[in-house]
Design a protein around this ligand. Structure first.
Ligand SMILES: *Cc1c(COP(=O)(O)O)cnc(C)c1O
Length: 409
């Protein structure tokens, strides 16, 4: 994208009072002293008109980058036609999106949510209902150390993030923890209370740790053997992020339940639970939510899928992923993990990720900034727009190398 040709951002009213006013926001995060006011494609502008190459994209959310024409047009058109009709009635967009997701995934039915955590919460409820109806009340779901499934009480309990177990104790019970890529540890968690297994195929928040293809295939067979549900959390990996529309396609399996979020709406909040027909045991009254299947967000998701589900688009994501990987290796930044456009680099000199991310965000005068995520003390995660250009990838790699050099001084 030719950013020099795009119009300058609107002048911020007065930057300093804006940041001071941020004290009215509860502090749940260490946020840098920047206020973003505008974005186009891979680029963001702050309140001073400085520009940044965005390789975080709202946490792997803006699949098509900032202000993508397809999403903007879909939201514009839908917002003037029908914004919301409520969960007690059908709307055309929700019906279209459910049918499209069912066709693309090979699963049968869909329940829409507002985000990823709610999708996983819905998947947990669906599995527990299935256990009550079909498995003599089995309710436990085996989950994994270092996994991340969201921030509701149940999804925090399902997560294996260190510290989550004590933060808002007591936890929701029924989520024994196994080790990723270790089937024996999964088997050790199994009892007659077990109804399923839930995992991420790439543990994104843990630092981009991939589940082995052989492990996932063995897990699928093991679930079939014991009549257990395989639940795959594709909130981060889904919608083209790893180079296939769903990551499970690369593992050659079909899950029983799949959850989506992040990239699905291309920047608007929507999640989804997809399930195979025999698993769909919710009855009227079991599950719901005021905004679920809201036509505005469904229209945005239809626009995103219209682009991302095209085979040529996904082939380009794979090529861009290769370019990013080779660039990280060529610049000697460290060991690279991940696939497609969900990658992390492990820094050889230890706990330098935060310092490098900080230096990238605060470049020398006249240089653009770069947004990258210090996902671990020694790991930087990159999750650019799926349609970023080769030049943007190369520029991000250059900015990252410069930031590393500056952070050492
Ligand atoms: C981000 C994420 C979630 C939570 O999604 P929210 O939209 O933040 O609720 C769940 N699972 C995975 C794998 C995620 O990356």
């Amino acid at each position: 994208m030719d950013v020099t040709a795009s119009p300058p951002p609107p002048p911020a009213a007065s930057p300093a009072p804006l940041l001071r006013a941020a004290s009215a926001l509860m502090r749940v995060n260490h946020r840098p002293d920047l206020v973003f006011v505008r974005g186009v494609g891979s680029w963001l502008w702050d309140q001073h008109g400085r520009r940044y190459l965005d390789f975080v994209q709202g946490w792997a959310v803006n699949a098509l980058g900032h202000a993508a024409t397809a999403v903007v047009e879909a939201v514009r058109e839908q917002s003037s036609r029908l914004l919301h009709s409520g969960p007690g009635y059908h709307n055309d967009r929700a019906i279209e999106l459910a049918a499209l997701l069912a066709r693309l995934s090979g699963l049968d039915q869909v329940f829409f949510t507002n985000n990823g955590a709610e999708a996983n919460e819905g998947a947990i409820k669906l599995a527990r209902k299935y256990g009550r109806v079909h498995r003599q009340g089995a309710f436990e779901i085996i989950t994994f150390e270092h996994g991340f499934h969201g921030r509701t009480l149940a999804t925090m309990s399902a997560s294996g993030k260190p510290g989550f177990d004590r933060l808002f104790a007591p936890q929701v019970r029924g989520f024994p923890k196994a080790r990723l890529n270790h089937l024996g540890s999964v088997e050790a968690c199994r009892s007659d209370r077990t109804v399923g297994v839930m995992l991420e195929l790439v543990q994104g928040e843990a630092g981009v740790i991939e589940a082995d293809v052989a492990f996932v295939q063995a897990l699928r067979r093991w679930c079939d053997e014991h009549a257990l549900l395989l639940i795959v959390d594709e909130v981060q990996t889904g919608i083209g992020r790893t180079g296939s529309l769903f990551a499970y396609e690369r593992h050659g399996i079909r899950p029983d339940i799949v959850t989506l979020g992040k990239g699905l709406g291309g920047g608007v909040p929507i999640g989804a639970v997809l399930a195979r027909e025999p698993v769909c045991c919710f009855e009227p009254g079991d599950q719901g939510g005021t905004f679920n299947g809201n036509p505005l967000v469904c229209a945005a998701a239809l626009a995103v899928l219209g682009e991302v589900s095209r085979p040529q688009f996904l082939a380009k994501v794979q090529r861009r992923g290769e370019r990013l990987r080779h660039g990280l290796v060529a610049r000697n930044l460290g060991e690279v993990h991940g696939s497609g456009l969900l990658q992390a680099v492990r820094l050889p000199d230890g706990d330098s990720a935060a310092a490098i991310a900080h230096a990238a965000l605060h470049p020398p005068h006249g240089q653009p900034g770069l947004l990258v995520n210090a996902v671990r003390a020694d790991k930087l995660r990159l999750m650019p727009a799926l349609n970023c250009t080769d030049e943007e990838i190369d520029q991000a790699l250059d900015l990252l190398s410069i930031a590393r050099a500056r952070s050492r001084r």
